[in-house]
Write a protein that binds this ligand. Sequence first.
Ligand SMILES: Nc1nc2c(ncn2[C@@H]2O[C@H](COP(=O)(O)OP(=O)(O)OP(=O)(O)O)[C@@H](O)[C@H]2O)c(=O)[nH]1
Ligand SMILES: [Mg+2]
Length: 386
Amino acid sequence: MRRESADALHSLATPFTPQRAALIGLGAEHHDPVESSLEELARLVQTAGAIPVLRILQERSRPHAATFLGRGKVKELGKACKEHKISVVIADGELSPAQRGNIEDIVQCGVIDRTQLILDIFARRARSSEGKLQVELAQLRYLLPRLIGFGQVLSRLGGGIGTRGPGETKLETDRRRIHRRLSVVQRQIEHVRRRRAQLRARRTKRQLLTVALVGYTNAGKTTLFNRLTGDHAVASDALFVTLDPLVRRLRLSDRRTVLCSDTVGFLDRLPHTLLAAFRATLEEVADADLVVHVCDSSSPFKDEHSKAVQEVLTEIGADMVPCVVVWNKSDLITREESRRIGLREPGSVCLSAIDAASGPVALRVIEKALKRTAAGFHYCETGRTA
Ligand SMILES: Nc1nc2c(ncn2[C@@H]2O[C@H](COP(=O)(O)OP(=O)(O)OP(=O)(O)O)[C@@H](O)[C@H]2O)c(=O)[nH]1
Ligand SMILES: [Mg+2]
């Protein structure tokens, strides 16, 4: 990545001067998943504090090896960027260092890819030291194979004058610095994982059941979590509002208590580096007794989103955990749609988490689903209370 791209990424975060962005993607126009993908990229761009001004789609089955879009299309993009005063181009995919450099040479402004954009959002959202460590791990892993051309950008990672050994190139020093930092961060995350595993073991010993709310970002997980637990966690109409997992006690109708967790939302094509880095957080989901999959029933892309969530669950080893689906935002669809959706999976329900009446409804669904799980059956048989 060159200077322009580093600056472009940096300035996306400048609160007072929102960047004007051009979004580029591949696929047939009017083909829904592509439209939805660019639409989602536009929301991510807004979440990062920039304005999506232009969208350019090119019908291609594969990215152009040198320029992502075809060369002619990139030239068109260059003209459009000048005309619309665009300062950053964002690709709906991953760019190689060569593709990034070539596009930059033609459009004469910063170029970043979807993964970098998501990493940037995560970096700004991370509050806890654990969250910050996980984001840093993902950023370092993203950076390592793309070092060529980063130049001065890495200076913030430490080192500086005197760090370069005799005869050593800048690239080698950068690489060594990143490797060093990587092993420090990995050690710290390993420490966090061990602590979390101990906590989980303690819960298992006390036979405390855990219920994990999962779902596509912005589906309403935190709103439902607050409704169920009486908490006041931040829920808002933006992507990845929640990053750090929250665990609260949830009282069942028979006065027994289980633990309920809310965690980071999922996304289609969530960068692998992020998933791997968030393993410590996501192990909480894989270790739960019940997964509550919260879906936005009003989204035109609900099936694609459900599929993306299933894929992430499989990737984090949570696909074997018993799961119940809660179709949220029923206030935004018709009664008939709501009835039809509610019948799709056994045990699922359609509700609106912004409505106070949804709390007891969701609780009943969770209780029923818990009783169907082996751990829940044992729990009811032994009659333990927390
Ligand atoms: N109309 C309507 N809006 C809802 C409902 N539930 C949640 N919302 C809104 O949807 C937006 C996202 O809600 P959150 O609870 O933050 O969603 P989330 O799944 O936790 O999102 P992330 O943490 O960002 O992944 C907020 O503006 C909520 O007010 C609902 O049942 N109906
Ligand atoms: Mg949330």
